[in-house]
Design a protein. Structure first.
Length: 304
């Protein structure tokens, strides 16, 4: 019997596990196939308060996880396949285990990569199309690659790729980037990074692997094809909410609605991190969410 099950193992889940375990709440974290969440795919974390040395996202996430383990939280690499709520308790089923009569659950499942949904994307995924520069960047040493997107993640990943690839072309549907100003400054001062403004990808073309991309200018509708060896699609994310769609706890875009204390409309059910409705999705805000949720869960369990 566990007092709390945390679904998801990113910074929000790890922070909650640390605080909950320190409060002597019997806590289990069910991690999926990506320990550390999306942060573990980040090359360097430069904006986490108090951390001056350049840590990879994977290293930072493992420090967080180890702290939670030392505090007494339990971790299992299991994907939740079924989730039910009845009689004020929760039932969870994984491929190997069942957990019933759980009084509290924290959803920290984060987000997944948004797709372009253009011809060639699915066909060439793993053969030139990627959603993670730190994972697949080394395969494109001294080659020409395109990064699709203009936010923080896209530009950071593009900067990482400039250390490996011969040429990096950032394709953005607007005429200016959305990334932080300091990141933009680095990008514009990087000699092997170029920009295709006001452009979207219409098709990814190739035989056995990616060879070209067809671009369309959104202002004049002109199209052109450029030769490319790889395409990194970094246009945002979608919430991992498939387990919770029928609970009526999400907004119209699929993110989970909570109050400022991470409480959902269901008693004993909380959400933290990127999965919930919020204005900023960063490691720092995820950690704050997790800590807040754990304290609120402790207070809730004391009333039972």
């Amino acid at each position: 019997m566990y007092d709390l099950i945390i679904i998801g193992g990113g910074p929000a889940g790890y922070a909650a596990a640390l605080y909950a375990a320190r409060a002597e709440i019997n806590t289990l974290v069910l991690e999926g196939s990506l320990p550390g969440g999306r942060i573990s795919l980040t090359d360097i974390i430069e904006n986490y308060p108090g951390v001056k040395e350049k840590l990879s996202g994977f290293d930072l996430s493992q420090i967080m996880k180890n702290q939670a383990i030392e505090a007494g939280a339990e971790f299992k690499m299991e994907n939740v396949e079924k989730f039910n709520y009845e009689n004020n308790t929760f039932y969870l089923k994984t491929y190997s285990s069942e957990y019933s009569k759980i009084p509290s659950v924290l959803i920290a499942t984060g987000t997944n990569d948004k797709k372009l949904s253009v011809p060639g994307e699915k066909e060439f995924t793993g053969r030139g199309v990627s959603y993670c520069a730190t994972c697949d960047g080394p395969f494109f040493k001294d080659k020409k690659v395109a990064v699709i997107g203009g936010g923080d993640s896209a530009v950071k990943e593009a900067l990482f790729l400039t250390k490996i690839a011969k040429e990096v072309i950032v394709v953005h549907r607007r005429d200016k980037l959305r990334a932080e100003k300091i990141i933009q400054k680095k990008a514009f001062n990087t000699p092997n990074m170029y920009f295709q403004w006001d452009s979207i990808v219409e098709e990814i073309i190739g035989n056995n692997s990616v060879e070209k991309i067809k671009l369309k200018n959104v202002k004049d509708n002109n199209t052109k094809t450029i030769e490319i060896d790889g395409v990194f699609i970094l246009i945002g994310s979608i919430p991992n909410n498939s387990l919770f769609k029928d609970l009526n706890i999400t907004d119209k875009t699929g993110y989970i609605l909570t109050d400022e204390n991470m409480k959902t409309s269901i008693k004993g059910l909380y959400a933290a991190g990127d999965i919930r409705v919020k204005s900023l999705r960063q490691v720092a805000t995820a950690v704050g969410d997790g800590a807040t949720a754990a304290v609120q869960i402790q207070e809730y369990l004391e009333t039972l």
